[in-house]
Design a protein around this ligand. Structure first.
Ligand code: HEM
Length: 417
């Protein structure tokens, strides 16, 4: 491809990698006009991306962007910063970020995640029971979507009887793609009211869940306002579900398209080769990760990225999907190599905003792939890969549907589709 590629078209959404390769080579820090009309710098080389993600002169606070607040909703840049759910980890800087991150780290410990494994396994099995006898399924809606929602609801301590409401709200948020408009605005309002009430109830009766852990941590010296607590629950829910859906969806598609690698992973599960399973998850995150662009950053002073001058107030978007296929860092960058050992991918970000849910995401990914490939060993894509449709959002990369067929599992009565 020698001409400047078109960005943000449907063709680009289906396969953005050739366009990113062009940008990496010809315009590594490129000012692009986004579909919303906003101009932003796209950073596509690995070294520049890593540097930008850790650069404290790039603020996460949208107040540093010079758009008026009311216009931000239309552009996808988080607006209305006061007293709402958007004042969360991904939209704030130190020292508030440091305080809140420390607080959530005390409650969201690796031990809590590890203890959660049997619960996630049970969830995955129950979801699969819903379609295993049918011989066909739509994997996004029946498996990849509900698994992380119910998992994070459980972890937070959302009572079982309320979890289907979250499933509906989450569905509304991803169908309408993030910006606080229409159905999304309604869903956000309902979630805000629900979370405020739930936090209130937990305060009265602390349990063993993450929300209670947050309240306990805040009672031991760290300050946490009611709004910060609700915004924290919101970001844990919503940073944690669409990403994990896409790890399962994009990863399964990559396996379908690379049968040799799929066979490798299947034998790793059969033989209990944990190391291959671990490198496989990392490679899926690198090869076609859930987060295509890191979230918004804004220059608080003039700075250089990759030799390009960035002015105060300019938005910067680090293209993780481009950085993770940079041939200057990854050999055979376009090849899915599940045993890849040298793989410092940026799929979970880098620096102070590095994904706090990475251990949970890895656990969910491992269990989802193991359950799927072990219980339905001949599962296959039911359509031509070219027919698959991708969601058109800016930040996330994921499929709308993933129809599959397989030999029905015996012993489970078939359910209606
Ligand atoms: C495969 C799944 C996941 C991927 C690929 C992913 C990716 C990322 C990335 C790239 C960032 C940094 C964004 C930036 O710097 O602009 C991030 C931050 C974050 N993620 Fe994840 N994530 C995943 C799952 C989860 C889960 C399961 C949770 C929670 C339950 C979660 C919670 C968060 C939070 C709260 C942040 C903000 C951290 C901060 O600003 O300090 N993520 N994630």
């Amino acid at each position: 491809m020698s001409d400047r590629p078109e960005l943000f078209t449907w063709g680009f959404a289906a396969n953005p990698y050739p366009a990113y390769a062009w940008l990496r080579e010809h315009a590594p820090v490129h000012k692009a006009q986004l579909p919303s009309g906003v101009e932003a710098w796209l950073v596509t080389r690995y070294a520049d991306a890593r540097q930008a993600l850790a650069d404290s002169r790039l603020s996460k606070n949208p107040a540093h962007h010079d758009e008026p607040d009311h216009a931000k909703g239309k552009t996808g840049i988080p607006g209305e910063r006061s007293a709402n759910l958007m004042t969360h980890l991904l939209n704030i800087d130190p020292p508030d970020h440091t305080r809140l991150r420390r607080l959530v780290s005390k409650a969201f410990t690796p031990r809590r995640v590890a203890e959660f494994e049997p619960r996630v396994q049970d969830l995955a099995d129950r979801l699969l029971d819903g379609f295993a006898a049918r011989g066909s399924a739509e994997l996004i809606h029946e498996f990849a979507f509900p698994l992380p929602i119910y998992a994070i609801c459980d972890l937070l301590g959302v009572p079982a009887e309320d979890q289907d409401d979250f499933r509906d709200w989450a569905g509304m948020m991803i169908r309408h793609g993030g910006g606080p408009r229409g159905g999304v605005a309604r869903a956000v309002k309902q979630i805000r009211a629900y979370l405020a009430d739930l936090i209130h109830r937990k305060r009265a009766e602390l349990g063993d869940d993450l929300i209670s852990g947050l309240i306990r941590a805040s009672d031991h010296g760290e300050h946490l306002t009611e709004n910060e607590a609700a915004a924290m629950c919101f970001v844990l829910l919503f940073a944690g579900f669409e990403t994990t859906i896409n790890l399962i969806g994009n990863g399964t598609l990559a396996l379908f398209r690379n049968p040799g690698q799929r066979a490798l992973l299947q034998s790793a599960f059969a033989e209990g080769d944990g190391q291959l399973v671990d490198t496989a998850i990392e490679e899926m995150l690198r090869y076609d990760g859930p987060v295509e662009l890191a979230t918004w950053r804004f220059a608080t002073e003039p700075l250089d990225i990759g030799g390009q001058r960035i002015a105060v107030g300019d938005p910067v978007l680090v293209v993780l999907a481009a950085a993770d296929r940079d041939p200057a860092r990854f050999s055979d960058e376009n090849t899915l190599d599940l045993a890849r050992a040298d793989n410092p991918h940026l799929g979970f970000g880098h620096g102070i905003h590095y994904c706090i849910g990475a251990p949970l995401a890895r656990l969910e990914g491992r269990i989802a792939f193991r359950t799927l490939l072990t219980r339905l060993p001949d599962v296959e894509l039911a359509v031509d890969p070219e027919e698959l449709r991708w969601r058109g959002g800016l930040i996330m990369r994921g499929l709308r549907e993933l129809p599959v067929t397989f030999t029905p599992e015996e012993g489970i009565p078939p359910r209606q589709a």
